[in-house]
Each structure stands twice: as structure tokens, then as C-alpha cells.
Design a protein around this ligand. Sequence first.
Ligand SMILES: [Zn+2]
Length: 61
Amino acid sequence: MTNNKGRLCGCRCGDTTAGGRFLPGHDAKIVPQLEADHGSMLDFWAWYEEAMKGQEPSKRC
Ligand SMILES: [Zn+2]
């Protein structure tokens, strides 16, 4: 009777959600997680821009 596929929580806590991207409240963990991984949000952003180089920019307007 269980009908949840389950999917890994986006904050990488290793738990499985009922189908959403995050367990309840865990979406708030992703910013501190990124800061921990990259040093700061600025470092994350620099990394992100580097990673996105050469990609089609998403259309705005
Ligand atoms: Zn989580």
C-alpha cells in the first residue's frame, strides 16, 4: 500500500523523502551546507559561475 518512491533528500543528509526534494525543514539546510562545502556563498557563486561557463544562459523576459 505504500506508494512513495522515496528519493534522497536534497540536503544530502542521506535520508529519503516521501517524493519531494527535501525532508520537511531540510531545504533550510542547503545554504549552510553550501557554505560549508565552498567556504562562503561568494565562493559558491564563483564556483557556480565557473561551472556554468559555456552554458546557454537561461532566457530572461
Ligand atoms: Zn535532509
